[in-house]
Design a protein around this ligand. Structure first.
Ligand code: ZN
Length: 287
């Protein structure tokens, strides 16, 4: 399941293919994904010019000059691919012929300049909506979201205030999208490990100094992953035009039984289940 850095990588990969270009034809190949597509979708997209791509949490927002915004969520298995004139914006030898349109290519945007953007989603948990740009923040999927972890509103003071008095485990509180939006299981495990905080520790029982460290490390972990995604955009692995999936080096995530990577720790990574999700941590250096 894509997390914030993967979605940001998709946004960055799509931007040069879409921004400033007109959608010449929108091919809508089924009635909906997780939810039905909005009425008249193809007509409303056709002829619209893309002004800019934004990201909010794990959603991609594509602002059009028609005062409407495409909202995309990749769900469990959604993928965006670009084909066509990629050589124009990706350094290196890229000559993508358009691939055959496949069964799970549900939305195909034929952009001006022979660029094609495809939303493929075999499991169909993804979402695509078209909403008025000025009310986008009030969309039912976006309205409840807490601050962006990389934004200015997410600070140690903010997080400390939100965790005050909370008895629930810090792991679950950080996954609560109302407290901070866009953090998922993988990067919460990684951030807690680097911060030396046990995933079962009650959120309200973490002192300000450690909250300061935690907020800094959350940003650091996300920025590193976004950086890795950025490198992958320039990498040959993106030659098939698929955006957003790249090689990670996780320290604890999915590494049960491996030695703890903290220097001189000597602990072994353990896995527990919290709120139905696996938590990976080192019982030696996370307290
Ligand atoms: Zn350790």
């Amino acid at each position: 399941m894509p997390e914030l850095p993967e979605v940001e990588t998709v946004r960055r990969g799509l931007s040069p293919a879409m921004e400033g270009r007109i959608i010449e034809r929108a091919e809508i190949r089924r009635a909906g994904l997780r939810w039905p597509f909005p009425a008249g979708l193809a007509d409303r997209l056709t002829g619209a010019r893309v002004e800019r791509l934004r990201r909010r949490s794990k959603y991609i927002l594509i602002d059009l000059d028609t005062q409407e915004t495409i909202l995309i969520h990749l769900g469990m298995s959604g993928r965006m691919t670009v084909s066509g004139l990629t050589a124009a914006f990706v350094p290196g030898e890229f000559h993508h012929a358009h691939p055959q349109i496949e069964k799970h290519d549900h939305v195909v945007l034929h952009m001006a300049g022979d660029v094609r953007v495809t939303f493929n989603d075999p499991r169909r948990f993804g979402a695509l909506d078209l909403i008025a740009t000025h009310t986008a923040d009030a969309h039912p999927l976006l309205a409840p979201l807490g601050p962006e972890p990389l934004g200015n509103l997410f600070s140690a003071t903010y997080l400390h205030a939100r965790l005050k008095g909370r008895k629930g485990p810090i792991k679950s509180l950080l996954l609560d999208q109302r407290i901070v939006s866009g953090l998922g299981n993988i990067y919460v495990c990684e951030a807690l490990h680097r911060s030396g905080i046990h995933p079962e520790r009650a959120g309200g029982r973490i002192g300000m100094a450690r909250i300061e460290l935690l907020t800094t490390i959350i940003r650091e972990v996300l920025r590193e992953a976004i950086e890795a995604g950025g490198s992958s955009l320039r990498d040959y692995r993106q030659a098939d035009g698929e955006l957003g999936y790249f090689q990670h080096n996780f320290r604890v995530y999915d590494r049960e039984g491996a030695p703890c990577p903290t220097p001189a720790c000597g602990g072994t990574i353990r896995r527990i289940v919290q709120g139905g999700r696996s938590s990976y941590f080192c019982p030696q250096c996370q307290r």
